[in-house]
Design a protein around this ligand. Structure first.
Ligand code: ADP
Ligand code: MG
Length: 140
């Protein structure tokens, strides 16, 4: 199975509730390794750009406001099938539909404040990692 990298974000609802460690433990317990990590406060411009694919969706403005409402932890995860594995550990976007023992089932507050982001393809993962990290910040 191929070793991949994927971009993970622990969202402001989770930093606010002081549960970043619990979420990172779920990711590490799945076999994923954190190879880059920093706590940052996204600017509005960065959040708008990051979620540009959703700019025509009705939830876009609220999503951007939420993502800049507090600090986030951005991280690069590495491992076998990391893109899919991260999304499996996160669970469905809507916590009401997320499988048992997933991050979103256990920690999300709502479909918007759903505690974690994960890239949805290897190509998007590469672009999202480049958007948030310099090569020198990624240490395998
Ligand atoms: P995912 O994060 O699971 O890849 P999407 O890419 O579809 O989901 O959406 C990006 C983010 O936008 C979600 O994680 C969530 O924070 C927010 N979001 C998605 N759908 C809705 C919705 N119907 N109402 C409010 N916020 C939403
Ligand atoms: Mg998505």
């Amino acid at each position: 199975m191929p070793i991949q990298q994927t971009l993970s974000i622990i969202k402001p609802d989770a930093t606010r509730r002081n549960i970043t460690g619990k979420i990172i433990a779920r990711l590490e317990d799945s076999g994923l390794r954190v190879v880059a990590q920093k706590r940052i406060h996204l600017s509005r411009e960065m959040a708008e750009s990051f979620y540009e694919v959703h700019k025509d969706r009705p939830f876009y403005n609220d999503l951007v406001s939420f993502m800049i409402s507090g600090p986030v932890v951005v991280q690069v995860l590495e491992g076998e099938e990391a893109v899919t594995k991260n999304r499996d550990v996160m669970g469905a976007t809507n916590p009401a539909e997320a499988a048992p023992n997933t991050i979103r089932k256990d920690f999300a507050e709502s479909i918007e404040a759903n505690s974690a982001h994960g890239s949805d393809s290897e190509e998007n993962a590469k672009n999202e990692i480049k958007f948030l990290f310099d090569d020198s910040e990624i240490v395998g």
